[in-house]
Design a protein around this ligand. Structure first.
Ligand SMILES: NC(=O)c1ccc[n+]([C@@H]2O[C@H](COP(=O)([O-])OP(=O)(O)OC[C@H]3O[C@@H](n4cnc5c(N)ncnc54)[C@H](OP(=O)(O)O)[C@@H]3O)[C@@H](O)[C@H]2O)c1
Length: 327
């Protein structure tokens, strides 16, 4: 798989990473540990060198699984994890106090079975802690060799600029896909100006853009999508129009809708590295194949015209989750 640089940081990773969250959290029961390890290692065999986890995924378990899977090939891969929720629990609110950041770093190093975190993201900006203090704490961890690069997630432009002035930010990880293009307005221009890489999460629209989900799909009891207005059955019904046009274009290109969605992201900027998540080997292979799909300028114009003709229904987050983004 080709490599990409995350902005001007010098951090080189495979053009597509692997989002590991769904192996333990968000979409239902955790995958059996042995199977999850097999999947992550299959990713390495197929050229993926960039793995995404967080303290909050599980919480804790996902880092342990990622750490165990990657221990034998630690020097070939880049591991990204995140701090920022009280006790690592997304339902308990934010906590980016310097003391807590240090504690998360120490515990994550143990769970990840490593001596350094390659990329340490603040999971959400904590309005109670000046962003300069957060960036300053990560700067110290970098000086101590425990962290290599600083990242932010779903941060607004002001926080990005202020943090970057204290400790250069290597990557911003925020939602971006063919059905969530908000970052194009303000975020991407600022990242380009500052030389910060962009890591789109939920690049497959949490599975919707692949065509595998329709109005009839029922999600498990613990599936996060039950709380997302955009996944309400009537919204799914309406939003199928987007999947249908993408499927038509994908068929003409002889690729799958998932590959088209990922190739479109890769075509936006050379410093964009999407991190699709899956629990299934055949889908991991399908998604990895997107790195070789080239979209011509005409393809991109066709996709743009098709997508802009469709009005999507439903917010991407429930009201309480929405409050946490863009700060
Ligand atoms: N920073 C943040 O706040 C944040 C938030 C969300 C996610 N993330 C990160 O981003 C990663 C990816 O995001 P995501 O998991 O939310 O969404 P995603 O990658 O857009 O979609 C994942 C979903 O799509 C399904 N899927 C994957 N490939 C498929 C294919 N080829 N065909 C059909 N279905 C497919 C998966 O199901 P199966 O498992 O059944 O294949 C899963 O339900 C996460 O793993 C996590 O590391 C970060």
């Amino acid at each position: 798989m080709q490599q990409r640089q995350l902005g001007r940081s010098g951090l080189t990773v495979s053009a597509l990473g692997l989002g590991c969250m769904g192996l333990s959290y968000g979409y239902g029961p955790a995958t059996d540990t042995a199977d999850a390890i097999k999947l992550i290692r299959a990713g390495v065999e197929r050229g993926i060198t960039f793995f995404d986890t967080a303290e909050a995924y599980g919480p804790f378990i996902n880092e342990s699984v990622v750490g165990e899977a990657l221990e034998p090939m630690r020097d070939q891969v880049v591991i990204a994890t995140k701090f920022g929720f009280r006790d690592g629990d997304t339902t308990k609110g934010l906590d980016s106090r310097p003391k807590r950041i240090r504690q998360v770093a120490e515990e994550a190093l143990k769970r990840l079975r490593t001596d350094r975190i390659d990329l340490f993201y603040q999971h959400r900006v904590d309005p109670a802690v000046p962003i300069e203090d957060v960036a300053g704490t990560v700067k110290e961890l970098i000086r101590e060799g425990k962290v290599k690069h600083f990242g932010m997630s779903e941060a607004g432009v002001e926080s990005i600029r202020r943090a970057h002035a204290v400790q250069p930010v290597t990557a911003l990880q925020s939602e971006y896909s063919l059905w969530w293009r908000e970052p194009e307005k303000e975020i991407l221009p600022v990242l380009e100006e500052l030389g910060i890489g962009f890591v789109p999460f939920s690049p497959l629209g949490k599975g919707f853009l692949t065509g595998a989900i329709d109005a009839e799909t029922s999600f498990g009891e613990k599936d996060f999508r039950n709380t997302v207005p955009r996944f309400a059955p009537e919204a799914r019904q309406a939003n199928r129009a987007l999947v249908d046009v993408l499927a038509g274009i994908a068929a003409r290109k002889q690729v799958t809708p998932a590959q088209l969605a990922l190739a479109w992201l890769l075509a936006q900027k050379p410093w964009i590295v999407p991190i699709p998540g899956t629990t299934k080997l055949h889908r991991l292979e399908e998604n990895a194949g997107a790195a070789a799909v080239v979209l011509s300028p005409d393809d991109l114009i066709e996709i743009e015209a098709a997508v802009s003709s469709i009005k999507l229904q439903g917010e991407r987050y429930s009201a309480d989750r929405q409050k946490l983004v863009g700060n």
